[in-house]
Design a protein around this ligand. Structure first.
Ligand SMILES: Cc1cc2nc3c(=O)[nH]c(=O)nc-3n(C[C@H](O)[C@H](O)[C@H](O)COP(=O)(O)OP(=O)(O)OC[C@H]3O[C@@H](n4cnc5c(N)ncnc54)[C@H](O)[C@@H]3O)c2cc1C
Length: 91
């Protein structure tokens, strides 16, 4: 029997109080706070929905799961990546 994100992950958790699914939203950038010199911790995410920008703050952790191409892209948009590439785009 084929499984999908909806049947395997969404449906069993849809009623949980600590679960919110935002459709039509796109993560734009991770919010990073400096925790030590040369180290950062992700504390939230900036996302857009319907042309408007929003911020979600994490109580505990941020899990990046945008797939094998877009996860690294999201990290790059957040300033994590090759300096030469990021500087070219003023990131
Ligand atoms: C044709 C094909 C068949 C496959 N068949 C099987 C199989 O039979 N069995 C198996 O175990 N595996 C299979 N796989 C592999 C499996 O699909 C992947 O390993 C799995 O989907 C990866 O899950 P993921 O959650 O890491 O990423 P994805 O499933 O890629 O999910 C990433 C999600 O993030 C979203 N996203 C991306 N960027 C952003 C952003 N900036 N803001 C908000 N959302 C964003 C995307 O829209 C997507 O919904 C198959 C893959 C392919 C391509």
């Amino acid at each position: 029997m084929r499984s999908s994100a909806m049947t395997a992950y969404y449906e069993p958790n849809a009623e949980r109080e600590n679960f919110v699914l935002l459709t039509g939203s796109q993560a734009i950038r991770l919010i990073l706070d400096a925790c030590e010199p040369e180290a950062v911790v992700a504390t939230g995410v900036e996302y857009s929905n319907n042309g408007q920008s929003f911020t979600a703050r994490a109580a505990r952790e941020v899990i990046v799961c945008a797939g094998s191409y877009q996860s690294p892209q999201l990290l790059e948009l957040s300033g994590i990546g090759w300096r030469e590439i990021l500087e070219k785009y003023n990131i």
